[in-house]
Design a protein around this ligand. Structure first.
Ligand SMILES: NC(=O)c1ccc[n+]([C@@H]2O[C@H](COP(=O)([O-])OP(=O)(O)OC[C@H]3O[C@@H](n4cnc5c(N)ncnc54)[C@H](O)[C@@H]3O)[C@@H](O)[C@H]2O)c1
Length: 236
């Protein structure tokens, strides 16, 4: 909820900018996948003035993106529109030959999702008549037969790790705090647990959020005794 959304969102943009020094304002950024990472990335790209196009396969996520004001369409339709394409789906072959064939000259391809499978690199290699490795650090230029070029960042691997520094420590600390406290909770409570997947106790999430808010200097309201009693009166 936090490191995927805010960490990947920010560090993916960081990787793209370090590898390209591209201007995002006014450009079209295609975000494939509107999960936690995709949502964060779309928000950050929009914040930098990009026109953001989202592709999805899940109707609920797609509707969420539409209602957040993004253009949602298929990768087929998005292919000729995008200046920058970023995959964050956890899936394979999200950008394929038929999409590469329709992309603009100069399109930038990056993946911040699942290994190096999200962009079909075999197809990219097959289609290229020339590959210029390292035109910038972490950027390889693929030239197609019709003269169009696309720029592949970080070899199609996670661009925020390949071309930047990954998530800032200031968001990973929350994830690690949850993991550390959950490990402590497991050590104390394992005897009462059945084998299987157990949920992180709600109090652990709440405690980490409380500590982070305190660190950020943010105060929040506290339930009055009457409010607490009122909410408990109908909660199971
Ligand atoms: N770069 C990083 O540092 C980093 C950090 C966290 C997670 N990840 C990776 O990013 C990926 C996404 O993570 P998440 O937490 O957002 O997952 P998620 O499940 O919340 O979101 C993935 C979204 O992609 C959509 N999707 C699947 N196939 C698609 C396709 N062909 N076209 C368009 N959309 C498609 C799904 O419907 C889903 O909404 C995972 O592979 C995860 O491991 C990377």
């Amino acid at each position: 909820m936090f490191d995927n959304r805010y960490g990947t969102g920010q560090s993916t943009i960081d990787g793209i900018l370090r590898a390209t020094n591209a201007m995002l304002a006014g450009r079209t950024v295609v975000v494939a996948g509107f999960g936690y990472c995709g949502r964060g990335l779309a928000e950050r790209a929009r914040g930098m003035g990009a026109r953001v196009v989202v592709t999805e396969v899940d109707p609920v996520k797609a509707l969420d993106a539409v209602m957040q004001g993004y253009t949602v369409t298929t990768m087929d339709e998005a292919a000729p529109l995008g200046d920058v394409f970023v995959t964050v789906t956890g899936n394979r072959d999200v950008v394929r030959a038929e999409h590469l064939e329709r992309m603009r000259d100069g399109a930038i391809l990056a993946n911040s999702g699942h290994f190096d499978l999200e962009i079909d690199l075999v197809a990219l290699d097959r289609m290229a008549v020339e590959v210029n490795h390292g035109v910038r650090e972490q950027a390889d230029e693929y030239v197609f037969g019709d003269g169009r070029r696309v720029l592949l960042l970080a070899e199609g691997r996670l661009v925020n790790l390949g071309a930047a520094e990954g998530h800032p420590a200031a968001v990973m600390d929350m994830s690690f705090a949850v993991q550390a406290l959950t490990t402590e909770w497991l050590a104390r409570n394992h005897a009462d647990l059945e084998p299987g997947v157990a949920e992180v106790p709600e109090e652990t999430d709440t405690e980490v959020a409380r500590l982070e808010l305190a660190e950020l200097g943010v105060g929040i309201d506290v339930l009055t005794p009457d409010q607490d009693a009122y909410l408990r009166s109908w909660r199971p």
